[in-house]
Design a protein around this ligand. Structure first.
Ligand code: SAH
Ligand code: SF4
Length: 350
């Protein structure tokens, strides 16, 4: 099969073009055609010579990797897109409008290997990494369908982006390169469950915002709900977070999925505050989104507010994140790409 041009990051595209005997700067023209002018064929690229276009056609393709299977709109305006990949696997992307900001939540893997007990994607297990073109196509597709409205991107859909670091980085380069999609790095956030050996690598390769799904104030709670904690315990994770280069006037974000009777006690809030004191960060409290067959419950709102107040009393910047799109299972942790669940085993049937 011919190479899909959207699998090359800007530097790789230059190298590819150089090998075809052309000047590397031509990559910028091709990038602009594909990513800002939505070209689907090389023949449309009229500012390239005919012979170059023919050479490109012989060695590469501009292939769309996604087939839209279903689109659902929530009462709050959130839209969930179910895509089928060329091998039949399925992924979801979610568009969340909020005033002038339209945030696209994209997937980085089919399923996820990390096994967090509160997350529906974990039930799918890790099927495979998404390619760079499959990550970028989610943006191209949804942005086009919605009149070019996407302003922000979060890697908070299905999968652990740092478990697919190579293609995550390539896609970030395409999103942020001024000659390609040209989004400001300040508008892009990568969320991780805490693969600390990959956090440093990410920061060495691209500048973006980092969000860490902390979700627990102690190792004993985190071990239970996020098995990754047994490999990378909280102290090591926070040490790595402190080293992460934060963009100007931005913060590191900690996500905290607050779950009834698991991590929502007053003592948990005090522990968490002590843990994060002195780190330039903001905390997003995400009330657990219920999703059958997961047994956890959302805490009552006054318990969430109390938790927020305790953190606030330590001077921490903490917001409660509104649940968006939960009526269409489009909220955090509710993405499972409609893989059916076996009623007895509660495992996904592939
Ligand atoms: N794998 C990455 C990114 C995808 S998960 C990560 O874990 O950070 C995106 C966010 O959804 C994470 O902060 C995660 O803690 C949260 N999440 C998962 N399941 C959830 C649920 N059922 N309710 C609320 N948030 C959930
Ligand atoms: Fe994977 Fe993130 Fe879900 Fe954990 S919360 S299983 S890391 S997608």
């Amino acid at each position: 099969m011919k190479a899909n041009i959207k699998d090359f990051d800007p530097q790789e595209l230059e190298g590819f073009i150089f090998e075809l005997g052309e000047k590397p700067y031509r990559a910028k023209q091709i990038g602009a055609w594909i990513f800002t002018k939505s070209a689907c064929t090389f023949s449309e690229m009229t500012d390239l010579s005919l012979s170059f276009r023919e050479k490109l056609e012989e060695s590469a393709e501009i292939r769309s990797t996604l087939d839209l299977i279903n689109e659902q709109e929530s009462a709050d305006g959130t839209k969930k897109y179910l895509f089928e990949l060329t091998d039949g696997n399925r992924i979801e992307s979610v568009l969340i409008p909020d005033g002038k900001r339209n945030t696209l939540c994209i997937s980085s893997q089919v399923g996820c290997a990390m096994g967090c007990t509160f997350c529906l994607t974990a039930r799918v297990g890790r099927i495979r990494n998404l390619s760079c073109s499959e990550i970028v196509d989610q943006y191209l597709y949804v942005n086009k369908l919605n009149g070019g409205c996407v302003t922000n991107i979060v890697y908070m859909g299905m999968g652990e982006p740092l478990d697919n670091l190579e293609n995550t980085v390539k896609s970030l380069r395409i999103f942020t390169d001024p000659n390609y999609i040209g989004l400001s790095p300040r508008r892009i956030t990568v969320s991780t469950s805490g693969l600390i050996h990959k956090i440093k690598e990410l920061s060495e390769k691209v500048s973006v915002n980092l969000s860490v799904s902390l979700n627990a104030p102690t190792n004993s709670i985190r071990d239970e709900i996020m098995p990754v904690n047994k490999r990378f315990p909280i102290s090591a994770l926070l040490k790595e977070c402190k080293r992460f280069p934060i963009l100007r006037r931005k913060f590191l974000t900690f996500e905290y999925v607050i779950i009834n009777d698991i991590n929502d006690g007053k003592a948990d809030a005090h522990e968490l505050a002590k843990l994060l004191k002195g780190i330039k960060c903001k905390i997003n409290l995400i009330p657990f989104n219920e999703a059958a067959p997961i047994k956890y419950k959302t805490p009552p709102i006054d318990r969430v507010l109390e938790f927020q107040n305790i953190l606030g009393s330590y001077g921490l910047n903490v917001k409660i994140r509104k649940s968006r799109g939960s009526d269409i299972l489009g909220a955090c942790g509710q993405l499972a790409a409609s893989y059916p669940l076996d009623k007895k085993t509660k495992k996904v049937i592939h």
